[in-house]
Design a protein. Structure first.
Lengths: 115, 113
């Protein structure tokens, strides 16, 4: 199994508070991704990173920011959480050098509830 | 743009039944195709993949063939088990796109004993 951990695994917060989710990898993979999973929508890409300090937006990036100061860590921040951001968040990693075909490896997920 | 359409669920089968989950795609360029599986309470795991036309991916009794002429990648299994109950996602990746995956909405499979 790819070494990917997410923290926290569960979080309940209130509307308007800031929240940071952490993804940590031990695989030294170049690419890291944040997705959210919602019923009826499958997985949707929020942001991704293609290297340290190199990030870009996905299809549902509004209300989210990311940072990657080290290869192994990719942080997702909700500056002011809203109830619409209640979801399960997955981190994924990919190594274009080895796989070359876009295969991604997923973390266990973080269940976030915004009250 | 890129998109994946997979059959809506839920799908309910009896043990040992034949399974087909349809997946079709639209892509710019030549995609790699994937099936991921998500067991209850877990993250996604790669089930199988195919990287070029006519390739067949297979794993754990599941198979899918990359059909460029019909832009399809249907998932099949000859005899399902209760332990196959999960959500199945079809996905594609196009080279030069920073390996972003585009997912279908997922199909929930329930297998009854």
């Amino acid at each position: 199994d790819a070494g990917i951990t997410q923290s926290p695994r569960h979080k309940v917060t209130e509307t308007g508070t800031p929240v940071t989710l952490r993804c940590h990898q031990t695989e030294n993979h170049r690419y890291m991704y944040w997705y959210r999973q919602d019923p009826g929508h499958g997985l949707r890409l929020i942001h991704y990173s293609y290297g340290v300090k190199d990030t870009d937006k996905g299809e549902v990036s509004d209300g989210y920011s990311v940072s990657r100061s080290k290869t192994e860590d990719f942080l997702l921040t909700l500056e002011s959480a809203t109830s619409s951001q209640t979801s399960v968040y997955f981190c994924a990693i990919s190594d274009s050098g080895l796989a070359g075909d876009g295969e991604q490896f997923f973390g266990p997920g973080t269940r976030l509830t915004v009250l | 743009g890129n998109s994946v359409t997979q059959m809506e669920g839920p799908v309910t089968l009896s043990e040992e039944a034949f399974l087909t989950i349809n997946c079709t795609y639209t892509a710019t360029g030549y995609p790699s195709l994937f099936w991921y599986v998500q067991y209850p309470g877990e993250g996604l795991q790669l089930l199988l993949k195919a990287t070029k036309a006519d390739d067949k991916g297979s794993n754990k009794g599941f198979e899918a063939t990359y059909r460029k002429e019909t832009t399809s990648f249907h998932l099949e299994k000859g005899s399902v088990q209760v332990s196959d109950s999960a959500v199945y996602f079809c996905a594609l990746s196009v080279g030069g796109s920073n390996y972003k995956l585009t997912f279908g909405k997922g199909t929930l499979l329930t297998v009854n004993p």
